[in-house]
Structure formats: structure tokens, C-alpha cells
Design a binder for this molecule. Structure first.
Ligand code: SAH
Ligand code: SF4
Ligand code: F3S
Length: 451
């Protein structure tokens, strides 16, 4: 029996893929270990989004290869986006790597592992137009939160981004298979499920005679279990429909939280990025969503220092942030990726300027988050209790439907998995603190998961 150890890097899609990989391997009789020293096969599920993501993996390959001195038959494999991007260059450049398998070839991973265990290099990097792993049961530990990939790939081709190259074309799972998976998670006691895709708004169930877009999927998902919170990520600002916004508003257990990456506040840069919307369109969408979904909150992604970005473009980004007042943001320095369109543009914003602009973006977001959290003091919120807080066993940590963490002193009335009503009494830029008011577990149908 072979023991496999896997580490996951990158986005939530990779986290979900690791569960698919483990589902496939366990079915083939592999055992899973959480210690690399005990493994016969070590897998790294990798990310290529920025250069530093790849450098981290090279560092990790360097550490892990020392294990091969004691165990020469040990197989070291690279899965995920780096496998797809670098293909056989990876085994040629890094002698320690025995296996390179991209995101659409996991079904055949056991075969490639056999090849590598027999001393050859196992390489599988074909992309597919149809693979969705619809029928694979992902291997999940018990818990409260889970991720379900509802679609794969991306057809947007933003000029900075490797994802369309590493993940291939867009394709969706059937609505029914997603709902069945959700039903199973509900039976197992999961309470918080995120539906994943690089652009979930392109979701389309082509197998169903009645159609089925993302709003239909969300609406069906919300009905599976009213005590199960449903989140989703990521939405492209071009494709959010009114139907989707009304669907979110209609179902209390669809979280009032939209991750809506803006990337830049400058129309000139947005065009160079091929984002296909303008700042005006984006801000209109935000306003519309705020009207249709009372209390909705937003997070975003921002890239600083895209080629030709001027000081004015940068100020425009700060301006959008001030207008939207995001609850959270993921903020990055532009990193040129070979093979993308932007790679052919000169990476002309100097490193120190990129850093300075990024720091201003981070500082502004910090201020906005702090002010928004301060404004929540005195308000009542419903949180899902996730367990002890990181810092102390005398407090529990829970999450609001807008994805904010709240810390509350423990009482005997509270257990993990409960929904409780709390009153916020203190706030920093990253965390809220509150007092316990009451449990709301007994209600069944149509449980109000927002205060
Ligand atoms: N599909 C998602 C994003 C996936 S990648 C979407 O469209 O929103 C997550 C984020 O990484 C992107 O939103 C972008 O902000 C950032 N990113 C992607 N490529 C990058 C690059 N070359 N340099 C810096 N940041 C990048
Ligand atoms: Fe990348 Fe753009 Fe696709 Fe997002 S939408 S994955 S940023 S190409
Ligand atoms: Fe990274 Fe691939 Fe996700 S490049 S961000 S792991 S889709």
C-alpha cells in the first residue's frame, strides 16, 4: 500500500481539486498521510498566478528533495497550475521532480504515479474541454465549511492572467450533481459552503433541458437546507445579472457578500487589462446591488503597477476604493507572466514605485475596514460558531454572513456549528468582538441567517 502526502497552494479551486485528487487516489487504494517523511508519494498542488507563488514551490521542492536521500524510490510530483504552465520543463529543470500532472488529468493520476514508482517520469498535461470531475466524490474531512467547484477554466483572457492557459476553457458541472453534493454535505453537518469558479457568472448547465444559469443554481442550492449558508466566488463584473442579485436578496441563506474584483480604477488600464467593463459600469453595478440586496458587502482584488500605470491611474484606483468602501481586499503587485498578452507590454513601473503604490492601497483599505467595523459597534449580527478563537480557549470565533470574524466570550449555551445572535461591542480593522445574546438553532424553515 502506498502512502501519499499532499500540500496545497494557490486559490480555493486548488483546495477543492486536492479533495478531488484524494478522492481519486483513495479509491485506488492509496493511504493518505499528513507527514511527508512517511510518504511514498509527495504531491504539491501548485499555483502560477504570480512569480512569488512559483518561487515558493521551487523552495519547497528544494527542501523535499532531501527526503529522497533516505528513500530513493520516493516520488515527488507537481500538480496544478505550475504543472500545466511548465510541463516537461519542470522535470528537465528540477531533477528531483518525477511527476507532472495538470488540472484536467487527475483522473489518470494513479497511472502516472505507477509510471513514476517504476522509475520513469509521469507526465500528463492535456487540457480538456469537458472534464468537470462531476462523478468523483471528493475526499473531505468532517467540518463546517466546504468548497464545491461548479465550473472549471476561464475564457476571459484578462491580459495579465495565466489562468486561461493553466486551466483551459470554461465548462460547468450539471446543476443536479452540485445539488446532490450539497445534500450530502448537509447530511454530514456542514454549515457553510462556497460554490467556486474563476467566473461563476458564466455557469451554465448545458445538460439540463430547462437551462440553468448561476442564479438558478444558487436558488436550487439555497433550498437544499435553509440552515446551510451558501457563498460563491468569483464574480466577474461584466456578467452579474439582475436575476442573480434578486436571487441573492430572496434567500436568507445566500450570503450577502460579493467578491467583485475591480483590478484598477482607471478605464485606460482596465482596457489594457481586457477587463471589458468601465469604472462607471462597475460603480453602477455596486449601486444596483446595494439597492437590491440591503446590507450587501463587497470585497475585491486590486493589481498595482500594471504596465504604463501612471500616478493618475493609481489615484483613480484609490478613488474607486473610497467610493465602494470594500469590506476587504486582496491587493497585489503586478507580476509579468510569460505567455500572457501583458507579458509583451513593457513592465515599466519600477519595483519601488509598485511597492509604494501597493502600500498606499493597503493603508487605505486598512482605514476603510477599520471605519466600517467601528460603525458596526452596537449592531446585532448572527454568526456561525466555528470553534475556539485562535488566541484563547475562553473565546469562540464565528463568522457573519458577510464573512467577518466575530470573537465572543464562551458560554455553556454555545457549541461549534450553532448559529448565535451577538451584539458587537468592539472592533479592529480585521476583527469584531461581541457579546452573546441568544441561540437561534431551533427555528427550521427559512431561518434568518442575517440579523
Ligand atoms: N478569476 C478571478 C481571479 C483569479 S486570480 C477573477 O477574475 O476575479 C486572483 C487575483 O490575482 C486576480 O483577481 C488578480 O487581482 C490577481 N492576479 C492575477 N494575475 C496577476 C498577475 N499577473 N500579477 C498580479 N496579480 C495578478
Ligand atoms: Fe484570470 Fe481574468 Fe479569468 Fe479571472 S477572469 S481567472 S483574472 S483571466
Ligand atoms: Fe493559482 Fe491556478 Fe488558482 S494559478 S490562483 S492555483 S487557478
Amino acid at each position: 500500500m502506498n502512502n501519499v502526502y499532499i500540500e496545497t497552494y494557490g486559490c480555493q479551486m486548488n483546495v477543492a481539486d486536492t479533495e478531488i485528487v484524494l478522492g481519486i487516489l483513495k479509491k485506488q487504494g492509496f493511504d493518505v498521510t499528513d507527514k511527508p517523511e512517511n510518504a511514498d508519494v509527495i504531491l504539491l498542488n501548485t499555483c502560477s498566478i504570480r512569480d512569488n507563488a512559483e518561487q515558493r514551490i521551487y523552495g519547497r521542492i528544494g527542501n523535499l528533495k532531501t527526503l529522497k536521500f533516505n528513500k530513493p524510490g520516493l516520488v515527488l510530483g507537481i500538480l496544478g497550475c505550475m504543472a500545466e504552465r511548465l510541463r516537461k520543463d519542470l522535470v528537465e529543470d528540477k531533477k528531483a521532480v518525477d511527476l507532472v500532472v495538470g488540472p484536467d488529468e487527475y483522473r489518470r493520476l494513479p497511472e502516472y504515479i505507477d509510471v513514476a514508482l517504476n522509475g520513469d517520469k509521469g507526465i500528463g498535461v492535456k487540457l480538456s474541454r469537458t472534464e468537470t470531475y462531476d462523478d468523483i466524490e471528493p475526499h473531505r474531512e468532517d467540518g463546517l465549511s466546504a468548497w464545491i467547484s461548479v465550473m472549471r477554466g476561464c475564457d476571459k483572457f484578462c491580459t495579465f492572467c495565466v489562468v486561461p492557459f493553466t486551466r483551459g476553457r470554461e465548462r460547468s458541472r450539471s446543476l443536479q450533481s452540485v445539488i446532490t453534493e450539497l445534500e450530502n454535505l448537509s447530511v454530514r453537518g456542514f454549515k457553510d459552503v462556497t460554490l467556486l469558479g474563476q467566473n461563476v457568472n458564466s455557469y451554465l448547465d448545458e445538460t439540463s433541458a430547462v437551462g440553468g444559469d448561476f442564479a438558478d443554481l444558487l436558488s436550487a442550492a439555497a433550498k437544499v437546507d435553509r440552515t446551510l449558508r451558501i457563498r460563491f466566488s468569483t464574480s466577474h463584473p461584466q456578467d452579474i445579472s439582475d436575476k442573480l442579485l434578486y436571487t441573492i436578496a430572496e434567500h436568507p441563506n445566500l450570503c450577502n457578500y460579493i467578491h467583485l474584483p475591480v483590478q484598477s480604477g482607471s478605464n485606460r488600464i482596465l482596457e489594457l487589462m481586457n477587463r471589458t467593463y468601465t469604472v462607471e459600469h462597475y460603480l453602477n453595478l455596486i449601486e444596483k446591488a446595494k439597492k437590491i440586496i440591503p446590507g450587501v458587502s463587497f470585497s475585491t482584488d486590486i493589481i498595482s503597477g500594471f504596465p504604463t500605470e501612471t500616478w493618475e491611474d493609481h489615484l483613480a484606483t484609490l478613488e474607486v476604493m473610497k467610493q465602494v468602501r470594500y469590506d476587504g481586499a486582496y491587493m497585489f503587485k503586478y507580476s509579468p507572466r510569460e505567455g500572457t498578452k501583458a507579458f509583451r507590454m513593457e513592465d515599466d513601473v519600477p519595483e519601488n514605485v509598485k511597492s509604494k503604490r501597493l502600500q498606499e492601497i493597503i493603508d487605505l483599505q486598512q482605514t476603510i475596514s477599520f471605519e466600517k467595523n467601528q460603525a458596526m459597534i452596537g449592531k446585532e449580527e448572527i454568526i456561525l460558531v466555528e470553534g475556539f478563537s485562535k488566541k484563547s480557549n475562553e473565546f469562540i470565533a464565528g463568522r457573519t454572513d458577510t464573512n467577518k470574524v466575530v470573537i465572543v466570550p464562551i458560554t455553556s449555551a454555545i457549541k461549534t456549528g450553532d448559529y448565535i445572535k451577538v451584539k458587537i461591542n468592539k472592533a479592529t480593522s480585521g476583527t469584531l468582538f461581541g457579546d452573546y445574546l441568544e441561540n437561534i438553532n431551533d427555528e427550521k424553515e427559512g431561518i434568518a441567517l442575517t440579523a
